[in-house]
Write a new protein. Structure first.
Length: 95
């Protein structure tokens, strides 16, 4: 006699007991939910890692790079000083 035979109701049997369709659906849903939970955990960890990387990048950028308005102010000061030097040299050459 075959252990895995189907009864007249269409349910497969395991060791002489019929597996109900609800049990099969519950097992399948359990596997699906485990996979979804694992995927959600992986995504959560990835998002947290990205957030920490972005925070580190913001700290690094603020230490390494100059803001545009600070750069413009500094360049205006340098240009003003350069004009003063050029004017002073021009006055000396004119003498």
């Amino acid at each position: 006699m075959n252990k895995n035979k189907q009864s007249w109701t269409g349910c497969s049997t395991v060791k002489g007991r019929a597996m109900e369709p609800a049990l099969i659906i519950n097992i399948i849903m359990g596997f699906v939910l485990v996979l979804v939970g694992w995927f959600m955990r992986v995504m959560w960890d990835s998002i947290k890692r990205l957030q920490s990387d972005m925070a580190e990048l913001e700290r690094h950028a603020s230490e390494t790079y100059v803001r545009r308005d600070d750069y413009r102010e500094d360049m205006n000061e340098v240009k003003a000083m350069l004009r003063q030097v050029v004017d002073a040299v021009s006055k000396k050459v004119d003498r």
